[in-house]
Design a protein. Structure first.
Length: 132
């Protein structure tokens, strides 16, 4: 393995009520606590909860075993929302691990304290708030 850089363009944000429209493609996804302002139709992100990867983003998010933990993080008036990046590379786990290691989402277990890959640079674009 060697040093590598990856460009990740996060699309989003999808409210929980709209997850059926998340594509059936491989990639990286982020789970957030958010508030939706009905008047302005804006999503206000409060906290990053989880980062994952999947061959089929739609099915993985819909059937994820961490839903109960994600919902425990919600306060009154908050809901879950999601962003994702299409990424079909064999390095998807490496990218997921790099993002988890850097941002340390509270519901992730693996990669928060150690990064088992060579130096990895992730260039984020798109729906990156609150990652920066």
């Amino acid at each position: 393995m060697s040093e590598q850089s990856f460009n990740i363009n996060l699309k989003g944000y999808w409210l929980e009520s709209h997850i059926a429209s998340i594509p059936f493609e491989g990639g990286i996804y982020c789970v957030y606590v958010c508030r939706f302002n009905e008047k302005t139709r804006n999503v206000i992100l409060n906290k990053l909860l989880y980062i994952g990867e999947a061959d089929d983003l739609n099915q993985r998010i819909k059937n994820h075993e961490k839903w109960q933990e994600w919902r425990k993080a919600l306060s009154l008036g908050e809901e879950l929302c999601f962003s994702f990046a299409h990424f079909d590379s064999p390095n998807r786990t490496r990218v997921e691990a790099a993002l988890i290691f850097k941002y340390k989402p509270p519901v992730n277990d693996d990669y928060k304290d150690s990064f088992p890959f060579d130096k990895t640079t992730i260039l984020l674009s798109g729906a990156t708030e609150p990652l920066f």
